[in-house]
Design a protein around this ligand. Sequence first.
Ligand code: PNS
Length: 162
Amino acid sequence: MKVFLFPGSFDPFTSGHRDIAKRASKMCDKLVVAIMHNDVKHPFFTVEERVEMARKSLEKYDNIEVIAKDGLLVDLFRELNCSSVVRGIRSESDFRYETEMFAANRLLESTYDVVLLPCRADLSFTSSSIVREVGHYGGDISKMVPSEIHDFVATSLKKGRT
Ligand code: PNS
């Protein structure tokens, strides 16, 4: 069974993430979307909220599972017996970051590999941080996040965290 792993902060899950997950799910038997911790980021949404948002956005895809996991990506990669990790790239800077991550992870696990999927042109400016900023000021995020989670994301961002 070919298992792909799509890790990220997903803070929040965006239409870009959904497009990558949908395309990657056609390349494997099972796609595991993993909500993980990025040391340089302080997430707005809780882990539970991020899991719920990803699950709601992906519920129509039978071979996609959403989990939350702490620790190193390579440990999860081994645990799930993955064939490859999947990451979406929007720009040259994403590409540079992903090749660095690949090199580091490959040092830790010699079977580690990654499939880099270019994002759709119409979603190339959609990122979780842009969604957070636009949503915070009450702007229209309807094209940036899946419709299933739009109201929750918009309301949470407008309200802010106390
Ligand atoms: O969506 P992001 O924030 O770009 O995702 C980054 C993520 C969570 C995939 C990355 O920070 C990660 O792999 N975190 C787990 C800890 C780890 O293995 N760090 C070493 C990476 S070389």
